[in-house]
Write a protein that binds this ligand. Structure first.
Ligand code: FAD
Length: 622
């Protein structure tokens, strides 16, 4: 096929947001172009080669439930898998995988190259073609003009990127890559509000110079978890261990005595860094009473000797990095393969976006990923998918779609960004979601796959697997509701032992499963025959029964809020007397004086929790 000069969707940037955006648009049938600096860097992980973790795995599974690539690539590239919070409730359980960065990149590239309707083109986008406040194409670095109905921008840390190592700094999009300065200038000339953020990465270390015998070994989990709903452990490459070491008093002394050489502390960097992923300089200053911090020593891949020391990202000069790293147990003779560095870059105020990720000032232009003030591959990928699918919808003049806070973490992410903006790199946590028990990592498919199918994002193989799983869950839920255990029978005696009290009357297996003493595994011993079911099916049956009451209560809260959306707010309402509202929310409500609860909820900074407080107040008054 000839290279078309008119596309439905052009995606600028082949990072985590860009690949999910381009794949989503193409899956929906849009003629899509992925325009990126360098095809070799499609799917590159700029920092730690790890996917998932608390709050983040929820996003990965949502991307997967909508047919995206991140989880599938992780299953093919993951060299250590763990389920975090496995002893806590299902709402906060999270899968994390350490990936081989080469395998991950290869997996993403293979998925991109095999996607129908998707073209890849290696060029920098230097300019946007904008006519009457509507984007209609892109101009590349060599002056090629490519037209399209919509454009998704996912330029990551590249816009006006500046790299810092000690007091030296120079322009760069990330180490080894040029920045996107022309495009940054062009965007600065448009009405967008532009700010600066920063992030950092640690030095890398040669594993052959490390003494692992003095570190704590951390093996992956058994049974081996998978990331994708379509994944299998057979896809995983060889599994390896990570290790744990610690910073020492000596590490902290060296860092403290060199703070004047840190660009952050010397005032050379203005951008604000990620609070939850601070540099080692930040940790030493902010937690001055701590004499040690835990450092995870993580392999970068199966065919590489490089290690990623997770927890010591820094922008101190290279000689200081060498000194402080060698004060840690096992690193006494460490050879550094790359210095750590910080990068400052442009981001756009996400309050200028719609929930479907279109910019307020330029129609048909969508922004996704790090440029919206977030940090992390997962946050970027989820936004990319949402922007890509909405660009495809817009290209065919269809209504936009986005999930609400009670449907998906990506809904929480976008709603947080749009209503509150961000002053520091935003990362996802389970604590950001009000309806955690509904938004679990194990049920993202039940929340989203049907919608994904309707939108054209979910292909036949995934849809068939999803339908099989749903049927099995339903059949098993029905079976346990109609299978009975009676007193004075062998099964009844087993139950009495588990409950430590005699059985007084008959119970269904479903009733028994509600009891904390009884797990789904016990039910197998309590039936003469039972179907052989995969763990992901029995897990859903068990969670739905055990948490039925809590899930129902959360659903009722959501329904009540929805029902009251059109409730009128009196024009003379005195917001200062409503207890629980923050001063900031009070001020905004006083200023705007919304006429309904729904309108109040759309004011930037007015959270769903604040809307609930308004509702409670109105009810008290009536
Ligand atoms: P990126 O992955 O940066 O991809 C952007 C892509 O766009 C690149 O392929 C680039 O070549 C392309 N591009 C840019 N401009 C143009 C243009 N004009 N024309 C064509 N192509 C273009 N995340 C964490 O969660 N924790 C961390 O500790 C962390 N540390 C980091 C440290 C460093 C030094 C860096 C650079 C990033 C770090 N990150 C960290 C962030 C993580 O890498 C990003 O969140 C994630 O990669 C963002 O994905 P993205 O798709 O938005 O952008």
């Amino acid at each position: 096929m000839n290279f078309p000069t008119q596309f439905d969707v052009i995606v600028i940037g082949g990072g985590h947001a860009g690949t999910e955006a381009a794949l989503a648009a193409a899956r929906m049938g849009a003629q899509t172009l992925l325009l990126t600096h360098n095809i070799e860097t499609v799917g590159v992980m700029s920092c730690n080669p790890a996917i998932g973790g608390i709050g983040k795995s929820h996003l990965v599974k949502e991307i997967d439930a909508l047919g995206g690539a991140m989880a599938r690539a992780t299953d093919r590239a993951g060299i250590q898998f763990r389920v975090l919070n496995s002893r806590k409730g299902p709402a906060v359980r999270a899968t994390r995988a350490q990936a081989d960065r080469q395998l991950y990149r290869a997996a993403i590239r293979e998925i991109v190259e095999n996607q129908p309707n998707l073209f890849v083109f290696q060029q920098a986008a230097d300019d946007l073609i904008i006519e009457q406040d509507r984007v209609c194409g892109v101009v590349t670095q060599t002056g090629i003009r490519i037209h399209s109905k919509t454009v998704v921008l996912t330029a990551g840390t590249f816009l006006g990127g500046r790299i810092h190592v000690g007091m030296d700094n120079y322009q760069g999009g990330r180490m080894g890559d040029a920045p996107a300065n022309k495009l940054a200038e062009r965007l600065r000339a448009l009405p967008f509000k532009v700010g600066r953020l920063k992030t950092g990465t640690p030095a890398r270390i040669d594993a052959r110079t490390v003494d692992f015998s003095v570190m704590e070994e951390q093996a992956g989990d058994t049974p081996l978890p998978v990331m994708s709903y379509l994944g299998s452990v057979e896809e995983h490459p060889r599994q390896v261990s990570c290790y744990i070491t610690h910073t020492t008093e000596a590490t902290h002394d060296i860092i403290r005595s060199n703070l004047d050489k840190s660009p952050m502390y010397a005032g050379v960097i203005d951008g604000i860094g990620p609070r939850y992923c601070p540099s080692i300089e930040d940790k030493v200053v902010r937690f001055a009473d701590k004499s040690s911090h835990q450092i995870f020593v993580e392999p970068e891949g199966l065919t590489s000797y490089e290690l990623y020391p997770n927890g010591i990202s820094t922008s101190l000069p290279f000689d200081v990095q060498v000194q402080f790293i060698r004060t840690m147990k096992g690193f006494e003779n460490a050879h550094m393969t790359r210095p750590g560095y910080a990068i400052e870059y442009d981001f756009f105020d996400p309050q200028d976006l719609s929930h479907w990720m279109e910019t307020r000032y330029v129609q048909n232009l969508f922004f996704a990923g790090q440029i919206n003030g977030t940090t992390g591959y997962e946050e970027a990928g989820a936004q990319g998918l949402l922007a890509g699918l909405n660009a495809a919808l817009r290209a065919r003049d269809a209504e936009p779609w986005y999930p609400l806070r009670d449907q998906a973490y990506v809904g929480v992410l976008m709603d947080d960004l749009i209503t509150m903006g961000t002053k520091e790199p935003y990362r996802m946590f389970t604590s950001r979601a009000e309806y955690r028990l509904l938004l679990r990592e194990d049920n993202a498919d039940q929340r989203l796959t049907e919608k994904g199918r309707e939108l054209g994002l979910v292909e036949d193989e995934r849809w068939a697997a999803f339908a099989r799983k749903q049927d099995a869950i339903q059949a098993e839920t029905a079976r346990i509701a109609t299978s009975w255990v009676r007193p004075n029978t062998p099964h009844g005696e087993k139950v009495a032992t588990l409950l430590q009290q005699p059985l007084r009357h008959e119970y269904s297996l479903r009733d028994l499963l509600k009891r904390p003493e009884i797990s789904y595994a016990n039910l197998i011993e309590l039936s003469d025959t039972h179907p052989e079911l995969p763990a992901e099916v029995t897990e859903q049956v068990e969670i739905a029964v055990k948490y039925e009451g809590y899930i129902k209560r959360q659903q009722e809260e959501i329904d009540a809020l929805r029902k009251h959306e059109n409730t009128a707010l009196p024009t003379d309402l005195d917001y200062s007397v409503i207890s629980g509202l923050s001063n900031e929310v009070r001020q905004k409500l006083q200023q705007v004086r919304p006429s309904t609860l729904a309108q109040a909820g759309r004011i930037s900074g007015v959270t769903p929790a604040a809307v609930s407080l308004l509702l409670v107040h109105l009810k008290k008054q009536s």
